[in-house]
Ligand binder design. Structure first.
Ligand code: ACO
Ligand SMILES: O=CC(=O)O
Ligand code: MG
Length: 720
């Protein structure tokens, strides 16, 4: 550790900040460290107090449930929540006043991609997912069925290719239709007098909406790209008659590229494993590379070496021959960690680990200044976008607000340069969302329903109330539907449209794109102008939904439906059903499989987000929030005698063998079933369930971090 301004700083972190971040930033090292230390020492005590308050409140709620039957005393329950300050006194009506918000957030509606930022290969891919090939997105996924000879194979299947092209041309017909013809009839696109002309076998035609045409690349006569726009999103028809696909197309179209991930959340939180300075430096270094624009990654793929870099802006010839420049990258936000955890990378003057959320706020903002003072390739408006997860109620949001003020002062940034995306994912935040938004009304850029964490918190908060419904039933539950609607209500009431996003949650089945295409329109119809997707392909496909529906109009009509949903929000997801032994076993096995499949990769491989097959062999995106649900669910059933400890242990051992088999191809994988006692991952899984009741907020971080550190040490000892 290096002693600096009353802090002890891990040497690797210190060197990274000194040499890579401060150099060229315009900040003096001494001033920075002193200011950082001042922030730490003034904010840590309050952070601690807020965490303590969470514990006190939870204890009171637990005690209430132990003494009362919620089903019979609902009215008293609400009064009790008010009395203990869980339900806050609501502020007067107001509108948010956030300024300098980039258009991707303020005006455009479209997909939001999330990516673990410690994985440079994925993070680069995500930043570049602003534009996505529709042909690739369709060809590679189950959106196109493999029936009638259209299956995916080792080489290009022209039958499948035909289906892809038909789907894409149909999309063009629906979105940017031609007058009296289909895009599949076109034999040549060209531009004449700033108008797109489509030559068809029996003459020529043009777009029904002329102003959808925005520009082209190549010559007007034989363009290599035609740029269109619909519902604020661009569509780029790529033309090359010499290309293997273009050759087969009458108009030489080789692809339809759509504007896809308008925004990307570079995640430092639930999808990453970062337990010490070594891990955190990787997280920060990748963020720095993204902000400076020089992040690169070299990796082997399909026998070739790939060098991945960030995409450049796209240039077109616009109307009147003017140059038209469009961003080549997604607008990047950075998700900091919440208020809970501390990290050994920094110690305060008394030798205490510093709260990681405070360190993230300072360091990720400092890094983002490289964009603000540089080319502003990320935020042309000069803003820094921080997503703040897992805050409980408005006091905690106000704390973040003051922390961001302090960071702005330290970095000499204008007030409210740092924007905040508020994850509405804890029950106390949902119930007091108006106050939460008010606490950051000058800097808020989104409210997003993190329904996964929110489900975990729902179970944990009411742990003592009774057994909860099965995990799969949560999506239909009264509280969850009210929560989704209430979030939109508050977004509309507080004037988010035009300034900030009303966001919807993650599509957690990365391989089920057909289902996503059928179901994720629901997020738009419910008023979300963005929704989370797990991959660039999902972003490309989900983008089509924003052409189908104009969220702005939907939001306008939803204003009519705004209502007080508190009663529904306070409807606990309890069950009075007598489940059969088979149902109980199935529920436990399902939870255990996802839990173990995720935990083993987290603890022993340092992977924070995984695709884990569920009991039906569907690959599910698992992250810390889904782990919070499965562990808390098992804890809840154990707590209420739905199952016994012995039963859970047997299920865990049985499912550990299944997970071991699933990972058998990985030479670095150590089977849990070889020695359950010695497997750090297996022990972590047991702890998450058997000690789930006493985990703060039902969070999995404390156990995961402890066990990962233990595993790292074990590996180090083996090496030595
Ligand atoms: C509750 C919450 O907090 S949700 C938010 C947290 N969750 C996330 O961030 C999910 C992000 N997604 C992911 O991490 C991954 O998609 C996973 C773990 C779900 C699946 O990963 P994999 O099993 O490796 O996926 P798969 O093999 O199908 O695809 C890999 C390819 O897709 C790309 N890819 C997958 N996900 C992403 C992503 N989120 N961003 C960018 N690229 C991605 C990879 O770069 C890779 O392509 P490449 O070989 O050209 O580099
Ligand atoms: O962060 C997202 C969630 O669903 O939790
Ligand atoms: Mg979450």
């Amino acid at each position: 550790m290096i002693n600096k301004a009353d802090l002890q700083v891990n040497a690797e972190l210190y060197s990274f900040i000194e040499k890579e971040v401060l150099t060229g930033s315009g900040y003096e090292s001494e001033t920075f460290w002193q200011g950082f230390s001042d922030i730490i020492h003034s904010f840590m005590p309050e952070n601690q107090k807020l965490l303590h308050k969470r514990e006190v409140i939870q204890q009171k709620i637990d005690d209430w449930h132990k003494k009362h039957k919620w089903q019979e005393e609902r009215n008293d329950y609400e009064a009790f929540l008010r009395e203990i300050g869980y339900l806050e006194e609501q502020v007067e009506d107001f509108k948010i006043t956030t300024q300098q918000v980039d258009p991707e957030i303020a005006r455009q509606a479209g997909p939001q991609l999330v990516v673990p930022v410690n994985n440079a290969r994925y993070a680069l891919n995500a930043a570049n997912a602003r534009w996505g090939s529709l042909y690739d997105g369709l060809y590679g996924t189950d959106v196109i069925s493999g029936d009638n000879g259209a299956e995916k194979g080792p080489s290009y299947n022209p039958v499948r290719g035909e289906k892809v092209i038909a789907y894409a041309k149909n999309f063009l017909d629906e979105t940017v239709p031609l007058e009296g013809a289909s895009h599949s009839d076109v034999i040549r696109y060209y531009i004449e007098n700033d108008t797109l002309i489509a030559q068809v076998p029996n003459g020529k035609t043009s777009l029904q909406q002329q102003d959808a045409f925005k520009g082209h690349q190549g010559s007007a006569d034989r363009p290599s790209a035609v740029l269109l726009q619909h519902h604020g999103l661009h569509i780029d028809i790529r033309i090359d008659a010499s290309h293997p696909i273009g050759k087969t197309d009458r108009a030489g179209v080789k692809d339809v590229v759509v504007e896809a991930a308008l925004t990307t959340i570079m995640d430092c939180e639930d999808s990453v494993t970062a337990v010490d300075a070594e891990d955190k430096v990787l997280v920060y270094r990748n963020w720095l590379g993204l902000m400076k624009g020089n992040l690169t990654e070299k990796f082997a793929k399909e026998g070739e070496t790939v060098h991945r870099t960030l995409c450049h802006d796209r240039y077109y010839t616009g109307k009147n021959g003017d140059d038209l420049k469009l961003k080549g990258r997604s607008l990047m936000l950075i998700r900091n960690v919440g208020h809970l955890m501390t990290n050994s990378m920094l110690l305060d003057r008394d030798g205490n680990e510093v709260h990681e959320g405070i360190a993230d706020a300072v360091i990720t903002s400092l890094i983002a200044v490289h964009d603000l003072n540089g080319k502003r390739s990320n935020s042309t408006e000069g803003s820094i976008y921080i997503v703040k997860p897992k805050m409980h109620g408005s006091e905690e949001v106000a704390f973040s607000n003051r922390l961001f003020n302090a960071v702005e002062d330290l970095l000499g940034l204008e007030r409210h340069t740092i924007k905040i995306g508020v994850m509405d994912e804890e029950r106390r935040t949902t119930l007091n969302l108006k106050n939460c938004i008010h606490a950051v009304k000058d800097r808020i850029v989104f409210i997003n329903t993190g329904f996964l964490d929110r489900t975990g918190d729902e179970i944990h908060t009411s742990m003592q109330a009774g057994p909860v419904i099965r995990k799969g039933e949560m999506k239909q539950s009264v509280w969850l539907n009210a929560y989704e609607k209430s979030n939109v209500d508050h977004g509309l009431l507080c004037g988010l449209p035009g300034k900030a996003q009303i966001g919807k949650g993650m599509w957690a089945m990365p391989d089920r794109m057909k289902d996503m295409m059928e179901q994720k329109t629901g997020h738009l119809k419910a008023g979300g102008n963005t929704a989370w997707v797990p991959s660039p392909t999902a972003a490309t496909l989900h983008a089509l939904h924003y052409h189908e529906y104009k969220v702005e109009s939907i939001q306008t009509s939803l204003r009519e439906e705004i209502t007080n949903r508190e009663q529904e929000l306070l409807t606990l997801p309890l069950s009075d059903r007598q489940w059969s032994p088979e149902e109980i076993e199935q529920e436990l096995e399902n939870n255990a499989q996802g839990l173990l499949g995720y935990v083993v990769r987290w603890v022993e491989h340092g992977v924070g987000c995984s695709k884990v097959p569920d009991i039906h062999n569907v690959g599910l995106m698992e992250d810390r929030a889904t782990l919070r649900i499965s562990s808390q669910h098992m804890t809840n059933w154990l707590q209420h005698g739905i199952c016994s400890e012995e039963q859970i242990m047997n299920v865990l051992k049985k499912m550990a063998k299944v997970v071991d088999e699933q990972n058998a191809q990985d030479p670095a994988y150590q089977p849990m079933s070889k020695d359950f006692e010695k497997s750090v991952a297996f022990q972590a899984a047991c702890e998450l369930i058997f000690q789930g009741e006493s985990q703060p907020g039902g969070y999995t971080e404390p156990i995961l971090h402890k066990r990962r550190l233990e595993y790292k040490e074990k590996m180090l000892a083996v090496k030595e």
